[in-house]
Design a protein around this ligand. Structure first.
Ligand code: WTA
Length: 659
């Protein structure tokens, strides 16, 4: 954890505290410390009673479950014996209320086109596409890959999958053909849903062509059909017998597809995320627990009001979009915004233009975006009326206190509480976060656990630590929306999350401390996962991409502090031949950068490629990553280097820094 020493220092000196504005508290759903504590204590002492009451009152069941929870972590099953459908809970049940004609999704495309779908209209489209899935032979339990832009059809496809019980596997549009192929094969997907393209900074991202590449030459043999949404109107080649247009299929589809009654533990989706080894992990979430968790956490944290326009700026390709654009808000009958494109198109004021135009009340984004807003200058938000905003949120990485203060002042006009939400793909929903009407916030702290979440800070040996001692963040009790397994690899699931503390705790992979007020300060990953612009990447994944290039003998990849991205990607590479110089050096660097982008995707674009003749290793041959991190960050290494195989390696790496 030594590489996080700077972060630890800066948050240790942070003493500012911001109580929730009285006006906010007055109207908040959870409005007192006592109310929070009662909920939290009950959930801790009697989780079955706590979650059971909520599940009965808040979810619609086709058949009531027999037991709320069964078995100990990591094998806890929730609501067994129950029959339910997520699509029903997000759509059908709202049609029986006044929400029938309420906006479910307000969508804005990057070119400025907009579309609003009421609950009724969304339901209609979802029913139609569900019947299309039937026609295509998709059955409950089959896997369907979605590689789509941020268009309403993405949400429609998700909810249609949920309706028929197909398990969706969404792949973020920034991933490459090779990444799609690997995920298709791991999940054994039968169907891919994509679009001709999507808009990004005025350019067309060629999604269908990338899918073609992923499927070419039998590379994804399980895939039988491809459904293509027409979005950009760009040229695509349609393969006879395999590729079908969305609009053709929908033309004669009937909107009468009822929901399949599914077991509570039926797999709702797989979402691949980076782990500390090269191979992405297929995090599996199931139906009832995930739905309940995302519904309740979003209601508590975002203090939903029926008149809210709620906007989470994430891409649905990540867990944040799954839980807090689609399932959580829709289960609550809230209006959720969806925006297709970049924050700086056609100019840097785009997000504020959307806030003003749609009178957004709650705005949820990532610290990396906030740092970009700061860099672009205050005049962009100042040109817009942001007075509709009531609540602000962040997710994805630690927020530096300066960025928090800017967000508070410049966007929130010092009247909006900020919810800094800590959670993970694996946790399914928010775990640590302020409750906006209750918790006094401290810039940089995600404050306290939500009801049902019982965290601890422990040492490497699993001993509980005192206040203000840095350690490892673990969860000591199961929660309904936790991952159930890694798809097709249950052993790896146990090994990754539960083996470190003999099955007793869920190990999150983050370092953190709890202060004297019981507030949590998450420092960042303690494994080989880096957080680049709020996107999780494994350094090993980038390393395997590099060594798959013919010119590379060995590679080591580390993160380094980056003003905008949070962490940048620095690659130390031992070439097979001589280290190039001058123009040839630049060409070699470019070539490797392009290679990594092709292997993983644009989101893994290296910031630095440093060629070196050797890598610093311990006597047992382990790469000394801490040292490389110090070099990449331009820090003098404070640690003990006496185990260094060869001091000259270190010296020459530093020199290459100056060159
Ligand atoms: C980091 C994103 C500090 C953390 C929802 C975690 C955070 C990883 C925060 C999960 C936060 C997320 N403060 N760190 N508020 N939120 N992280 O799976 O390191 O893409 O383990 O889920 O992001 O990333 P993932």
């Amino acid at each position: 954890m030594s590489d996080n020493s700077n972060a630890i220092e800066s948050v240790l000196t942070e003493t500012r505290k911001f109580p929730p504005p009285a006006e906010f508290t007055k109207h908040a759903m959870i409005s007192s410390e006592q109310q929070y504590e009662e909920m939290w204590n009950r959930a801790k002492d009697d989780p079955a009673g706590f979650w059971g009451d909520i599940a009965q009152n808040e979810l619609d069941w086709f058949q009531m479950y027999d037991s709320v929870m069964e078995g100990d972590m990591p094998e806890t099953k929730w609501f067994t014996g129950g029959k339910i459908n997520a699509s029903y809970n997000c759509l059908d049940r709202h049609l029986l209320t006044w929400r029938k004609n309420k906006a479910a999704i307000i969508w804005e495309g990057e070119p400025g086109d907009t579309r609003t779908l009421t609950y009724q209209q969304l339901h209609h489209e979802v029913c139609k596409f569900a019947s299309v899935l039937d026609k295509l032979g998709i059955e409950a339990g089959d896997r369907v890959t979605l590689y789509m832009p941020m268009v309403p059809e993405l949400a429609i496809a998700m909810l249609a999958c949920a309706r028929v019980g197909a398990t969706h596997s969404i792949i973020f549009g920034g991933f490459s053909a090779d990444a799609i192929r690997d995920r298709n094969n791991d999940a054994q997907s039968k169907l891919v849903i994509t679009a001709d393209g999507g808009w990004r900074r005025g350019k067309e991202i060629p999604l269908k062509a990338t899918v073609d590449d992923a499927l070419a030459d039998g590379k994804s043999p399980s895939v039988e059909k491809v459904v293509v949404v027409r979005r950009t109107g760009g040229d695509v080649s349609m393969e006879d017998g395999r590729d079908l247009w969305w609009h053709d299929l929908m033309e004669d589809a009937v909107a009468d597809r009822e929901c399949t009654h599914l077991d509570s533990e039926h797999p709702l989706f797989i979402l691949y995320t980076s782990g500390s080894t090269g191979k992405p992990k297929g995090v599996l979430h199931t139906t009832a627990g995930y739905l309940l968790g995302t519904m309740m956490t979003s209601r508590w944290v975002f203090d939903f009001k029926d008149e809210d326009t709620y906007w989470c700026t994430a891409d649905i390709g990540w867990i944040t979009g799954h839980s807090y654009i689609v399932y959580g808000p829709l289960a609550n009958g809230v209006t959720t915004m969806m925006y297709e494109g970049a924050p700086n198109w056609p100019d840097e004021g785009r997000f504020w233009d959307i806030v003003e135009k749609h009178k957004v009340n709650t705005f949820y984004t990532a610290p990396t975006a906030i740092r970009a807003f700061i860099k672009w200058g205050d005049n962009w938000p100042q040109q817009h009326d942001l007075s509709s905003l009531r609540l602000l949120g962040t997710v994805g990485e630690p927020i530096n206190p300066e960025a928090w203060m800017w967000y508070h002042k410049t966007i929130g006009a010092e009247k909006c509480p900020i919810v800094d939400t800590w959670w993970q793909t694996e946790t399914g929903g928010i775990m640590l976060s302020p409750l906006p009407g209750v918790t006094a916030t401290k810039p940089g702290s995600c404050t306290k656990p939500l009801p049902g979440v019982v965290p601890a800070i422990v040492s490497e040996q699993g001993e509980p630590l005192e206040a203000n001692q840095g350690g490892l963040l673990v969860m000591t009790q199961p929660w309904p929306h936790m991952l159930r397994t890694l798809y097709g690899d249950h052993d790896r699931f146990i090994e990754t999350y539960f083996s470190k503390f003999d099955g007793k705790y869920y190990f999150a992979g983050d370092g953190a401390r709890r202060d004297e007020d019981g507030y949590y300060w998450v420092m960042g990953r303690v494994d080989d996962v880096i957080n680049v612009s709020g996107h999780r990447l494994s350094t090993m994944e980038v390393e395997s991409a590099l060594v798959s290039h013919e010119s590379v003998a060995e590679a080591a990849v580390v993160g380094f502090p980056h003003d905008l991205k949070g962490e940048g990607i620095c690659c130390f590479v031992i070439p097979k031949g001589e280290i190039a110089t001058g123009d040839a050096l630049e060409a070699a660097q470019k070539e490797l950068i392009a290679h990594v982008r092709q292997q993983i995707g644009a989101l893994a674009t290296p910031d630095q490629i440093r060629f070196t003749a050797a890598l610093p290793k311990t006597r047992s041959g382990k790469i000394m990553r801490r040292l490389l991190r110090d070099i990449a960050a331009g820090r003098e290494s404070a640690g003990d280097t006496t185990t260094l195989e060869d001091y000259s390696v270190l010296a020459s790496l530093r020199e290459s820094d100056e060159g």
